[in-house]
Design a protein. Sequence first.
Length: 250
Amino acid sequence: MSETPAPRPISRRGAIGGLAATVGAVAVSSVVTAAPAHAYNWTRTMRRGDSGADVRELQIRVAGWAAASPSRTFIAIDGSFGPATEGAVRRFQSAYGLGVDGIAGPQTHTQLNWLESSDGSTRHFAWSEFHSRDGSGFGGGRVGTATVRENVRRLMYKLEAVRRKGGNNACIINSGFRSIRHNSNVGGSSNSQHMYGIAADIRINNRSVSQVISYSQTSGFSGIIRYNTHTHVDSRVEYAYGAQSWYWAV
């Protein structure tokens, strides 16, 4: 079956006209776009049984497609293409209107790279959206700046999946990374996952908190907390930064 990349959106975080989605269902399009020149250099078709650094990168990019229904599971970023990775690739392919075979070939690579921005962020999210609100950027947290940045990059790809499940409506970041100082100033917990760059407080335009929670429950997030106007998501079990139990307060 042939694969077709999704269309380029009207704006960086804007909705794509004509797309509609319900909980657990995503509309797709057949408009073809070229991969950006800065894209990751995929050198081979990857399938179950393969391993390597490119498989790790694939896992990072499809991690938000961890399950088809609410499930306490996540894609391990271990460079080993097993059944969980294959399932995530299948769901990614289905969501973007590609041929669904669980094999990451050239057209799947093109779609993955369509989500990549030239500065290493993703298509619908900017680094600045995740900066600590006290002007610290990615500094002053529980781990080093480079680690925070990589953690945020991985978080962005999960949020790309949540955004897609939400009908491509803009996903707003209320809070991303927090420096230790800023976390204290806003009354965050002493071991808030925000201080590692693996958490975000989000809302999606035209979607309820309950809907955002349902998308997050299929996207590999081990921490999900309901608030009145937004949803907290994090990957606490995946990273084990002192919080190693699943926590869904939904």
